[in-house]
Design a protein. Structure first.
Lengths: 181, 79
C-alpha cells in the first residue's frame, strides 16, 4: 500500500491533473520564494512560478517519484529564473528593486556608504547570470552549497568556483569605478 | 584573490544586497493563472526547440573550434 504522498507523486508522474494541483498547493510558496531569492523581483517571481509549474506539468513523464518533488521543482525553477536573467537587461530599475523591495532588514556597516552599496549592487547585476545565481544563493542567501549545487545541476566544487569567479569579477568592476573593497 | 579578499567581498555584497525575507509570499493564489497558462499554451515538443536552437549553437561552436583551436580554453572556461 502506498503512502498518501507517494501515491500523489506516482499519480502526477502519470499525468493526473488533481495530483498536479495537490503538488502545486504544497510547493507553490517554496518555489515562489526560491525564485524570488534569485530574481529579487516579486512580479517576476510570480510570473516565473507560473512558468515553472507549466514546465513541471509538461515534464511529468520525466519525473522520478523516488527522487522527490521538491528538488526537481527547484531545478526547473532555477532554469526558469536563469532564462529570465539572461533575457533581461540587467540594470533596468535595478536600484529600487534590488535594494529595497524584498530585502530583509540588515544592520548596515557605517563604513560602507549608500553609494558604494548601490554601485556594488549594480556591478553585481552586470555579472554573467550563471555566476550571479551561484553567488546570490551561496553568498547573499547563505544557503548550503550542496543545495545550490543540486539546484544548478553542478558539483559543490563548481559552485565554489562560480562564487570565486563572481567575487573576482565584482571586485574588478568596483576597482574600475575607484572603489577598493 | 586570497581568502581575506573573498571575505571582504562577501561582506560588501551582503551589505549591498541583503537576503530576501524568508516569509515572502506571492500576492495571491497563483493556481488560476497556472490553469490559464496551461489552457493557452500547450507544450512545445522539446525536439522542435532543439532542432533550430541547439543545432545552430553546436554548429557555431564546431566552426569556432575548427577555425580557432585557441578558443577551446575560453569556451571551457565559460561552460
Amino acid at each position: 500500500m502506498q503512502s498518501g504522498e507517494s501515491y500523489v507523486l506516482n499519480q502526477f508522474q502519470q499525468g493526473d491533473a488533481s495530483a498536479f494541483e495537490t503538488l502545486f498547493h504544497q510547493h507553490q510558496r517554496a518555489v515562489y520564494l526560491w525564485i524570488l531569492r534569485i530574481t529579487r523581483n516579486p512580479a517576476a517571481a510570480e510570473d516565473l512560478t507560473i512558468e515553472t509549474f507549466w514546465r513541471i506539468y509538461h515534464a511529468h513523464a520525466r519525473f522520478e517519484p523516488a527522487r522527490g518533488f521538491e528538488g526537481w521543482a527547484r531545478r526547473i525553477a532555477t532554469r526558469a529564473a536563469l532564462d529570465w536573467l539572461r533575457a533581461r537587461r540587467t540594470e533596468n530599475n535595478l536600484s529600487t528593486e534590488m535594494l529595497a523591495e524584498v530585502a530583509a532588514p540588515v544592520e548596515t556597516d557605517p563604513a560602507v556608504t549608500a553609494e558604494t552599496r548601490l554601485k556594488t549592487a549594480m556591478a553585481f547585476a552586470r555579472l554573467p547570470p550563471k555566476l550571479r545565481i551561484a553567488a546570490t544563493l551561496a553568498v547573499i542567501e547563505e544557503l548550503p552549497q550542496k543545495d545550490v549545487a543540486a539546484a544548478l545541476g553542478i558539483s559543490v566544487t563548481a559552485v565554489k568556483l562560480r562564487v570565486f569567479r563572481a567575487l573576482r569579477l565584482l571586485r574588478k568592476d568596483l576597482e574600475k569605478q575607484g572603489i577598493t573593497p | 584573490m586570497n581568502e581575506d579578499d573573498q571575505d571582504r567581498m562577501k561582506k560588501l555584497l551582503q551589505q549591498a544586497l541583503p537576503p530576501v525575507e524568508g516569509d515572502s509570499e506571492a500576492r495571491g493564489d497563483l493556481w488560476p493563472a497556472v490553469l490559464r497558462r496551461l489552457d493557452a499554451q500547450p507544450a512545445t515538443p522539446a525536439s522542435a526547440v532543439w532542432a533550430w536552437f541547439d543545432g545552430a549553437l553546436a554548429a557555431g561552436l564546431v566552426a569556432l573550434i575548427a577555425f580557432s583551436p585557441a578558443s577551446i580554453p575560453v569556451i571551457l572556461y565559460y561552460l
